[in-house]
Design a protein around this ligand. Structure first.
Ligand code: ATP
Length: 233
């Protein structure tokens, strides 16, 4: 197992945001995490990437507990995050943003500047532009490219389609199969159920800090998703 959470809990002060979450990701797999606003999806991502620390045995990478590691240490293990909101360095160029990703972890693999520019050709044209001069979709491409530059085993994507036009979302989602061909497993956090099911092998639905559904994407019915997403039968 590449990544596993076991009875994972997370708190913000007195407020409990996750109540015993169990998810697994196998090498090379694409897993979708869906759920409404506030379901706990981003908290799950933060718990995996070391932004929120947790108890031994709650988050395992290749069987080893990583819940006490910093974000930098988690990234060095090959787990890269495309954060919600992209978080580029605005004064740096596209290329400088990408190169920073490569400095976080130097690992052999398919991803380098040329490969990122082949994946998203518009970034090659824009490589000397600062992050601030890009459209939202282009910024999202840089955020994905920056994460890929570390040649991760696991790429975590938090709401990569949020606020983007459908045509741009299509381009970004078209990149995911190519990223898998490069060997990475992918977790996509999505509010768009259709997008999630189209790209994922398996899907988890979360509601109010619980996993309410775990299924193969091909097996799941609309009714089951609806019940798990909204808590209605
Ligand atoms: P969204 O799609 O809005 O990002 P989400 O499923 O990712 O939703 P989380 O952001 O993980 O949900 O939030 C889960 C719960 O934790 C929510 O009730 C939210 O209000 C709360 N929460 C999130 N971040 C914080 C924080 N920094 N401090 C306190 N409570 C928080």
């Amino acid at each position: 197992m590449l990544l596993e959470t076991r009875a994972l809990t997370a708190n913000y002060g007195q407020f409990r945001a996750l109540f015993g979450v169990d998810v697994t990701v196998d090498a090379g797999e694409c897993v979708a995490i869906i759920g409404a606003n506030g379901a706990g999806k981003s908290t799950l991502m933060r718990s995996i990437t070391g932004v929120l620390r947790n108890e031994p045995g709650m988050v395992l990478h290749r069987g080893e507990s990583i819940g006490a590691l910093s974000s930098a240490e988690v990234m060095k293990r090959g787990i890269a995050m495309v954060p919600e909101g992209r978080r580029l360095f605005p004064s740096l160029t596209v290329e400088e943003n990408l190169l920073i990703g490569g400095q976080m972890r130097k690992a052999p693999g398919p991803w380098n500047l040329a490969a990122i520019y082949d994946l998203f050709p518009i970034l090659r044209e824009r490589r000397r532009n600062p992050g601030t001069a890009l459209s939202g979709g282009q910024q999202q491409m840089v955020a994905i490219g920056r994460a890929l530059m570390s040649n991760p085993e696991l790429l975590l994507c938090d709401e990569i389609s949020l606020g983007l036009a459908p045509v741009v979302i299509r381009d970004i989602y078209a990149a995911l199969p190519k990223i898998r061909e490069g060997g990475a497993a992918i977790v996509v956090v999505e509010q768009d159920i259709g997008k999630a099911l189209a790209v994922a092998d398996r899907v988890y639905c979360m509601m109010e800090g619980h996993v309410t559904l775990a299924a193969k994407a091909g097996d799941v019915t609309r009714e089951a998703i609806h019940a798990a997403y909204f808590g209605e039968a």
